[in-house]
Design a protein around this ligand. Structure first.
Ligand SMILES: Nc1ncnc2c1ncn2[C@@H]1O[C@H](COP(=O)(O)OP(=O)(O)OP(=O)(O)O)[C@@H](O)[C@H]1O
Ligand SMILES: [Mg+2]
Length: 237
């Protein structure tokens, strides 16, 4: 089943900005997709609409089978909290709060008790290679480490869909590569991922690329699995 379906989605901002002009696409479970395109082409707008942070002006968005236009704001928040993980260029961690709690807060609305939230948060941090940094505050960590905390928080609830908007945009090449390696690992273990990037190399290493221009999808590319990443078990994309 498709995790995500967009049908003829438009987004118009006040002042006559046509940020999305009829976007249709589907993302299947287990896919890893790069969204690429020039600045202002509508990539972040599309990610916000996909992530139910924003409603489309017209058209249909279906996340994990739910038509989001039929959901109330409260139901939408619940869907977002349980099915979608977000990673942003600016990390968006709570400052002064230990990594463990930053990640555990990703489960705040899940109904999981605090003790179990912290246990799962520690496991998620270990998974991203930060098992030795549980008590570090964001200002005590490198940019790459902060982004890995953000990824741990995004995936701790095992979302159906992980959305990342320029996750390597604030990182040096080596840290960015480590973050992408982590996203590839999550993909290999079954997570569905949509990642915006303007980095051609990063995009080329992903199994599928969606190119945007002026609010529309202008082309799609699928890199052969064998050419994508030799280390992956393959078969899902
Ligand atoms: N809140 C808003 N109000 C009005 N116009 C907006 C708003 N947000 C975005 N836009 C406009 O919508 C268009 C698409 O913006 P968007 O942020 O989706 O681009 P992008 O592809 O993510 O660009 P970048 O690569 O620079 O991040 C742009 O022309 C932008 O100016
Ligand atoms: Mg953007």
């Amino acid at each position: 089943m498709s995790v995500l379906v967009l049908e003829d989605v438009t987004k118009t901002y006040p002042g006559g900005v046509f940020a999305l002009r009829g976007v249709s696409m589907a993302v299947e479970r287990g896919e890893m997709v790069a969204i690429v395109g020039p600045s202002g082409s509508g990539k972040s707008t599309m990610l916000h609409v996909i992530g139910t942070l924003d409603r489309p002006s017209t058209g249909t968005v279906r996340v994990d089978g739910h038509d989001v236009s039929r959901l109330s704001d409260r139901q939408l928040s619940a869907l977002r909290a349980s099915r979608i993980g977000f990673v942003f260029q600016q990390f968006h961690l709570a400052s002064g709060v230990p990594a463990l709690d930053n990640v555990a807060d990703g489960l705040l609305y899940s109904g999981v008790r605090q003790r179990e939230r912290r246990r799962r948060a520690a496991a998620a941090l270990t998974r991203v290679g930060l098992g030795h940094r549980l008590d570090h505050r964001p200002h005590q960590m490198s940019g790459g480490e902060r982004q890995r905390v953000a990824i741990a928080r995004a995936v701790v609830g095992e979302p159906a869909l992980l959305l990342a908007d320029e996750p390597t945009g604030n990182l040096d090449t080596a840290s960015g590569a480590a973050v992408m390696e982590l996203l590839h690992e999550l993909h290999a273990s079954g997570t569905t991922i949509v990642v915006i990037t303007h980095d051609r190399e990063i995009a080329a290493a992903l199994p599928r690329q969606v190119r945007m221009r002026d609010g529309q999808v202008v082309s799609e590319g699928v890199v052969a699995l064998s050419a994508a990443r030799p280390s992956e078990p393959g078969g899902t994309a």
